[in-house]
Design a protein around this ligand. Structure first.
Ligand code: NAP
Length: 403
């Protein structure tokens, strides 16, 4: 059966009952966690809407599978289909370290202008955690997705380009860069920083959250990270004056009732804050690199990468690419061993995004039940006493049985 396209107008997404949703299975453990996710989502949608709604999965090629079939790791057709489908979900994709091709994830985020990486981190009952009170973690990270050091502007040490850049900086800009250095460029603009913080604040208002924290390293990188902080406060002050209040104003005695508190923290201090007092942090807005590190650190408190959902979203066009937060875990590829939790939870975010919350919540409850029953994959089983270890597909089957 042919699906119908999701579209977007000013009010939001228009989702037909049989929407086409793009699916990139990914590399390594990608195909197995994708298969598990699809089985769980199809079963939940069927049960929640009694057959009236159904996702029509549109398989898209990217990564090693795409290279094998087309000689291209990211075919142009895939980018076009992600745009056309509006909503897609992907498993992890391999990125070589220290050379090879540019990250496909970064390329997709840039080509589709998916300016916000959205990563909610919330404890699920029963998940083993190194923390005494993991339930205190309930943070939603908005990470800038396009620029910062992830813009991919860098030159290899000793290359002609690096030498030319160093010569320019040393002779024209008064710097003293070592001649053999590698060079990376960290662009950060008010446009990209502001639209990220704007969405974080809008989310906080919509979801009645308590605060938005801007995380930066502006004491050292004054004109990039420091500017991120300034631009963030500017958005709050100029665009949301009635809905927000700064921490500084509260300290001076202003009444904060009913308002979202805007505060900022320097990145290194933030890493200890989220360990010591996680309940003081709610919505978090960060430049690209800080957001990458911080969301993984938060995730570690609530069950690790196997249980962390994420999405890359352009809130203006509506185009969204949901994804696992973990990578391809190559040593487990094909072993039916890894935890499909991240992919399944990303699908729950996706279901919420298209307005099918009932199915998403049903999956969450079923997944929580599987964990409370201690029927879990190896990563959780090794941290639980008396757990029954199941594989990736076995975990999906358990969730489906619990729906
Ligand atoms: P990784 O694939 O996330 O794996 C690191 C470790 O995390 C695994 O060895 C495993 O730990 C644990 N883990 C990850 N996923 C898991 C799952 N579903 N269930 C249980 N445990 C899981 O990170 P990596 O080894 O640094 O990266 C491998 C490749 O993935 C690289 O090419 C990298 O660039 C790419 N990557 C892609 C994405 C993406 O596409 N979104 C994100 C990150 C990395 P234990 O062995 O300790 O159990």
């Amino acid at each position: 059966m042919q699906g119908e396209k999701i579209t977007k107008n000013k009010e939001g997404l228009i989702v037909p009952n049989r929407p086409m949703i793009g699916l990139i299975e990914g590399d390594g453990i990608g195909p197995e966690v994708s298969r598990a996710m699809r089985l769980v989502v199809d079963a939940a949608v069927k049960k929640a809407y009694k057959g009236k709604r159904e996702i029509m999965w549109d398989s898209l090629l990217a990564g090693e599978a795409a290279f094998r079939r087309t000689g291209d790791y990211l075919p142009a057709e895939t980018i076009e289909k992600i745009k056309g489908n509006v909503v897609s979900i992907k498993g992890p994709l391999t990125t070589p370290v220290g050379g090879g091709f540019k990250s496909l994830n970064v390329t997709m985020r840039q080509e589709l202008d998916l300016f916000a990486c959205f990563r909610p981190v919330k404890y699920i009952n029963g998940v083993p955690s190194p923390m005494k009170k993991p339930e205190l973690v309930d943070a939603v990270v908005f990470r800038e997705n396009i620029e910062d050091v992830y813009a991919g502007i860098e030159w290899k040490a000793g290359s002609e380009d690096a030498k030319r850049a160093i010569e320019f900086f040393n002779s024209k800009m008064g710097t003293n860069i070592a001649h053999e250095a590698a060079i990376g460029v960290k662009p950060m603009s008010s446009f990209n920083s502001k639209r990220l913080v704007r969405e974080a604040i809008k989310y906080a208002i919509r979801k009645q959250r308590k605060s938005v924290t801007l995380v930066h390293k502006g004491n050292i990188m004054k004109y990039t990270e420091g500017a991120f902080r300034e631009w963030g406060y500017e958005v709050a002050r100029e665009e949301f004056p009635d809905e927000t209040i700064t921490e500084a104003e509260i300290l001076k005695g202003a009444d904060s009732s009913g308002k979202i508190i805007i505060k900022d923290r320097i990145a290194d201090s933030m890493f200890q804050q989220v360990l010591l007092r996680p309940d003081e942090y709610d919505v978090i807005a960060c430049p690209n690199l800080n957001g990458d590190y911080l969301s993984d650190a938060l995730t570690a408190q609530t069950g690790g990468l196997g249980m962390a959902p994420g999405a890359n979203i352009n809130f203006d066009t509506g185009i969204a690419l949901f994804e696992t937060t973990h990578g391809t875990a190559p040593k487990y590829a094909g072993l039916d061993k890894s935890n499909p939790g991240s992919m399944i939870l990303s699908a729950c975010l996706m279901l919420e995004y298209i307005g099918w919350e009932e199915a998403g919540e049903m999956i969450l409850r079923a997944l929580e039940k599987a964990i409370m029953e201690k029927t879990v994959t190896y990563d959780l089983a090794r941290l639980m006493e008396g757990a029954k270890e199941v594989g990736c597909s076995g975990f999906a089957e358990r969730i489906i049985a619990n729906l």
